[in-house]
Design a protein around this ligand. Structure first.
Ligand code: SF4
Length: 80
């Protein structure tokens, strides 16, 4: 299975929530009004949250949909 990295600029999330609707396995709204990328770690250099996963087609599609659905494009999917 291909490894992909999800990079999330949480600082600029506006809390639209669409990522959580299309991909609830990886995204959840937090009480502070922003989404959390479940299982991710913050990169101390960039401040972004990062998660590397082995993604089958279904998971990849779902994550890509979450990135596409984000109105402020703070979710990036990087294929490794
Ligand atoms: S879709 Fe984008 S702006 Fe909306 S909650 Fe998810 S990350 Fe934040």
């Amino acid at each position: 299975m291909p490894k992909i990295k999800v990079v999330y600029n949480r600082k600029n999330c506006i809390g639209a929530g669409s990522c959580c609707i299309v991909c609830p396995k990886f995204w959840q709204m937090n009480n502070d009004g922003k989404a959390d990328l479940l299982g991710s770690k913050q990169n101390p250099k960039t401040g972004d949250y990062e998660l590397t996963v082995e993604a089958n087609k279904e998971v990849l599609k779902s994550l890509e949909q979450s990135a596409d659905s984000c109105p402020v494009q703070v979710i990036k999917i990087v294929k490794k």
